[in-house]
Structures are given as C-alpha cells and as structure tokens.
Design a binder for this molecule. Structure first.
Ligand code: SF4
Length: 456
C-alpha cells in the first residue's frame, strides 16, 4: 500500500514491554525504518501519512506479541501524522520521535567545521563538503567520493542533503515558470522563476530572478494574496529556503542571478532562519549570489525593519505598501492595524538613515488604491524615504473580487508619481496565466488533493 520509508527522519521508539508491562519510561528500543511502511491516508482531509508497523520484519515485535496488545485504530499526532496498526493498537507501547535531521543546506561552513572537529576530522573537510553540495551539486553523501567512508556514514546519520521535492512545474507563455514543492512533512510551497527579459527564439534570457517562499502559508492575510487564505502553518528552515534555489537551477538548467524573498510567507516573521538562508546564498562557499542581488520583501513589520537596519549584510529591502493612507492600507493589509503608517514609516526612516535605500511596492487595484489622491500620498512617502516605486498591476486571485485598473489608469497613476519627482516603474505582469500570484498554485493543488481524498 505504501512506499517503504526512505529516510529515517521519523523514528519509532517502542517501549520494551516484554520485560514488564510497567516498563520504565526510558526503556525504549528503536523500530528500524525498514520495519515500517508509510502511506498516504486516503480518508483524511489533512496531508496525512499512516505508518504501519510491519512486524514481520521486526525480530522483537513478533505477531503473537502484538496480538496481545490492547486495541484501537489510529494514533493522531501533530495533526499530520497518524500511527496505526491495522489490527491492534500499539499506542501504549509506542512513542514517535519527530527529531528531524537538519538539512546540510541550512548549515554554515564554520558550524560544519566545528562538527567535524568534534569528531576528530580535519576542518578542511567542511569546504570539501560544501563544494560537493553547492559547486558540484550532488544529492547524496555517497557521491562525496573524496571523504572517508566512516565520515560519510556519520554525515548520513546526522544530516539530510536535499529533502524538498518539486512536484509540479508550470511554464507560462512569457517563460515565467512556477514550481510547486512538497516538503518533508508533506506541506506545499511555491517558488517562481522570472526572466528579466523574456527568452526569444530559443535564446536564454539575460537575467533570472527567483521568488522564494519563507513560510508555509502566511498569518498576515493581505487581501490580494492567496498565501494568506488558509493561514500560517509553519516557518521554513534555512535549508528549505536554500533548496528552492538549488532544485530550480537543476530543474530549469538556468543559473539564478537574483533572489527575492517575495513568495509565500512574511520573511521578517521568520527572521532568524531568513538571515541564515541569506548568509548561505550569499557566501562564496555557498551559492555565491551578491547581497545586492538579494531582496527581502515585507508587509511592514516595524520592529523587524529596525532590527534589519542593524544587520551588517547589505541585501535590499522592499516595502509592500499598497496604500498611502491608513484607511486604504488597512483595507488591503490587516497588518496596518498593528503597525499603522506613522509607526511603520518611523521604522523605515531609521532603516534608511542607517542603511541603503529601500523600494516601495504598490499593487494597483481598480477603485481601491489607484486614485490620484493615493498617487500623491504615495509620492510624498517615497520622497520621505528616497525610495523608488514598483507599480504592480493586480493579479486576479480566485475567490477575491478585486480587479486590475485599465492600462490608461495605470499609466495615469505612474505619471502623477513622476510629476512629483519620484522614480516609478510599472511592472509588466508576468505569469498571469499560471497562477503566479503568491500562493495560488499551492491553493489549487491542495484543493484538488482534497477532492481526490473525498472521492476515495
Ligand atoms: S503578501 Fe506576503 S505577507 Fe501578505 S499575506 Fe501574502 S505572503 Fe503574507
């Protein structure tokens, strides 16, 4: 029914009930992953796995012993995993160890050197390992042929290499491509690969930007965005962010030049992991992408903007403003109630005074924030922050009623900004036909998977 467990990131620890029914809490033994089967649970709405104990492979849990156990059917844990035995429950005798092996793509070179030193291995091995991952792009420790076997085995026991999987790729007419990833815990995220100039006549485009997700879902609920429609599930770790780049470069055959943290999630709500990921993306031993080619977008978390101002890395910051007054901005972005414009702009003043420029993103929504008055207010804010403005025509989201303004209105809005001395570019929308707006592909896929499960 299911695939044998490929990775040992889920370990079952079974109480040794042979010696005593009241065994001590620490008397557990490990059920090896070869004695388990994992399968999707067809009847659950949650992205559920069922772990069946295949006791025929287990020398300790003999069928006769299992048959003597009390019975129930399934053991829910953390909403996403179910442990089950088809006949009799082993609930009182099992606990699930969800210790997830860290991904090597989330580890800093110096940390890797420390890990090796503690095990008596020379620290130069750390650079050999990062070369295998980031330069030679191997997917397993077995392929790292200049490492001793013993070390490879230790690394395999402690770390994962690549554990995010591309499950869908959609290419659009203008060559924007959208990638749907399934993470180790079955959650879905999206990334988009955007060429700066469309590829023509089979020639490669001249610059490739990847839009990276930083969370599964999002808690901020901006009204134009599909990512927030089902709320926040969890933060991505640094390795999962870095792997989006590695996997997309491999799948597309394209070298990525620019990174924008503008996919699913609010990056500044996951600041620690974000900064770690940026460090790895930027490092010469990592992906080697210059800090000025890395942009972090925020819906306006004022305290974290102040924190970023004190950060030494020189990546760029984009503020998703979308409204020049509290009244309009709060209609579009609920976060404005927590950090209204006064608080937000003071944090931005602090950032601009300590760092470089920031850019302002303004999604143009017909009849909501595309008036002349909004344009004048936006110009005032941009001048205060010495910021350039990116105008983005609204991308239709299924289930939301808004629409994009006419071309004439978009250009009229841009010309008001220019008249007030502000640099404003009107972005040519890309990927409108492939659900490229944040979170849409994931939402459609989750919906389709639900329908399949319900029909089973
Ligand atoms: S735009 Fe960004 S911050 Fe707002 S809901 Fe979408 S993912 Fe979250």
């Amino acid at each position: 029914m299911g695939d044998a467990v490929a990775s040992s990131h889920v370990r079952l620890l079974a109480k040794d009930f042979r010696s005593s029914a009241r065994a001590k809490a620490d008397s557990y033994f490990i059920l090896h992953t070869s004695s388990l089967k994992l399968a999707h649970c067809p009847r659950s709405l949650a992205p559920t796995l069922v772990a069946y104990v295949d006791h025929s492979h287990c020398p300790v849990l003999a069928p006769a012993t299992l048959a003597a156990l009390p019975s129930t059917r399934a053991i829910p844990d953390r909403d996403v995993f179910y442990l089950a035995h088809p006949i009799r429950s082993i609930l009182p005798f099992l606990r699930v160890d969800f210790r997830v092996k860290p991904s090597l793509t989330g580890i800093i070179l110096e940390e890797l050197a420390d890990f090796l030193r503690e095990r008596g291995a020379p620290s130069y091995r750390a650079k050999q390992i990062t070369d295998w991952i980031y330069k030679k792009r191997v997917a397993s420790f077995d392929a790292m042929t200049d490492l001793p076997n013993e070390l490879r085995a230790e690394l395999t026991a402690e770390f994962n290499t690549l554990n995010t999987e591309i499950v869908r790729v959609l290419g659009s007419k203008d060559t924007t491509q959208k990638f749907l990833f399934r993470l180790r815990d079955q959650n879905l995220i999206e990334s988009v690969l955007i060429p700066a100039s469309p590829a023509l006549y089979g020639q490669p485009s001249d610059r490739r930007t990847i839009c990276v997700s930083s969370q599964v879902g999002c808690a901020y609920g901006c009204k134009f965005c599909a990512s927030g429609l089902e709320g926040w599930t969890r933060n991505l770790d640094a390795g999962e962010m870095v792997q989006q780049l590695i996997a997309i470069e491999k799948e597309s055959g394209e070298k990525i030049d620019n990174v924008v943290f503008m996919g699913m999630g609010e990056p500044l709500a996951n600041l620690k992991n974000l900064l770690r990921a940026i460090r790895i993306i930027n490092a010469p031993w990592g992906l080697g992408i210059g800090a000025r080619h890395i942009t972090v977008s925020t819906s306006g978390l004022a305290p974290q903007i102040r924190e970023l101002a004190n950060e030494s890395m020189q990546f760029r910051l984009a503020l998703s403003l979308h409204g020049a007054t509290d009244e309009v901005r709060s209609r579009i972005m609920p976060v404005n109630r927590k950090y209204p414009l006064k608080v937000l702009l003071e944090a931005c003043d602090y950032y601009v005074a300590k760092k470089r420029r920031m850019t302002i993103e303004h999604i143009l929504i017909a009849g909501v924030n595309d008036t002349d008055e909004q344009a004048r207010g936006l110009a005032k804010i941009a001048r205060r922050l010495s910021a350039k403005i990116n105008l983005i025509p609204y991308n239709t989201v299924e289930g939301l009623e808004w629409s994009r303004p006419s071309r004439a209105r978009r250009e009229g809005f841009q010309s008001i900004l220019r008249k007030h001395g502000v640099i404003a570019t009107l972005r040519r929308e890309k990927g409108h036909d492939i659900a490229a707006a944040c979170g849409q592909l994931r939402l459609q896929t989750k919906q389709a998977e639900r329908e399949i499960r319900l029909s089973v």
